[in-house]
Design a protein around this ligand. Structure first.
Ligand code: AMP
Length: 283
């Protein structure tokens, strides 16, 4: 497995491989890898000649009061885990390599970035789409793998790729969870022992919503209020949003009839966690 730190070196290497007919699978990450990331890397490895992982904590997607500085980082561990999962190349640039002095260009996907996480994280998705566009231009993947964990991110990236004719296929893979249902996240390491015990209530609330819908409940207000009740039953939770939206355009719906995305963001103590499920076909 090779590690590249500059755009030019990885671009040149990949150009050569593509000339020789190799297909490229790509997994962008912010590192501190867990099973969720590794599931994407394994898939990229399985489906392509060369699998590339990027590890870059992207400053432009963090707000001024967010956790950019303290975001967990452990490159040696990530290197080992990536290799075990079948990665062929790691792209591990410094911030100045991606955003050199005088950097001025941003990619801004409209409308679908103002809801859900975008409502409380202004500018977040501009940072995400900008870095993903730059990484795509650097790695030139045939296929890029994203997690359903960040459902809105996946919708935004698909929209960007479609709108500006990027020649890459986007595959969205299922959420990998702990045995207790908690969605895996690099941020789970911030949780205290008590918060770790409480945090699976987020998935419990999503499963409750699914049961209600299967039992014929269509009214979104009623589903949301029952979800918030069980989340609030754990002391340390502050709900940022619980939204039930169309899974493709992220517009709020009033009644669950067809495919719906139920997404939430909750502060567990000081840690902001997100989770979601897709309800197929409504009822
Ligand atoms: P991050 O390092 O948080 O930017 O995540 C990198 C990629 O891994 C994104 O496409 C995420 O959606 C995906 N991912 C993160 N957590 C999970 C998970 N628990 N299951 C599946 N994919 C995940």
């Amino acid at each position: 497995m090779k590690v590249f730190k500059t755009v030019k070196t990885i671009q040149d290497y990949i150009k050569l491989k593509k000339c020789r007919g190799s297909s490229i699978g790509f997994v962008p990450t912010m590192g501190y890898l867990h099973e969720g990331h590794l599931s994407l890397i394994r898939r990229a490895h399985k489906e392509n000649d060369i699998s590339v992982v990027s590890i870059f904590v992207n400053p432009t997607q963090f707000g001024p009061k967010e956790d950019y500085k303290k975001y967990p980082r452990d490159f040696k561990r990530d290197e080992k885990l990536s290799k075990q999962a079948g990665a062929d190349l790691i792209f591990y640039p410094k911030v100045r390599e991606i955003y050199p002095e005088g950097y001025r260009t941003y990619v801004d996907v409209k409308d679908i970035t103002g809801t859900l996480c975008g409502a409380s994280r202004p500018g977040h998705f501009t940072g995400v789409s900008t870095v993903v566009a730059k990484l795509f231009n650097t790695v030139q993947p045939d296929v890029a793998y994203f997690g359903q964990k960040d459902a809105q991110q996946a919708v935004v990236i698909k929209q960007m790729v479609r709108d500006i004719n990027m020649d890459v296929k986007i595959k969205v893979m299922p959420i990998v969870r702990e045995a207790n249902g908690l969605a895996m996240s690099s941020r789970n390491r911030y949780l205290s022992a008590k918060e770790r015990i409480d945090a699976p209530v987020l998935y419990e609330s999503l499963k409750l919503a699914r049961r209600l819908i299967k039992a014929g409940v269509q009214d979104v207000r009623s589903i949301r209020s029952q979800m918030s009740r069980i989340i609030r039953s754990k002391g340390s939770m502050r709900i940022e949003y619980i939204s039930i939206v169309d899974k493709d355009n992220l517009k709020e719906i009033k009644r669950v009839k067809k495919d719906a995305l139920i997404a939430l963001a909750v502060k567990v103590g000081k840690t902001r966690l997100i989770d979601n499920i897709v309800i197929k076909g409504g009822i």
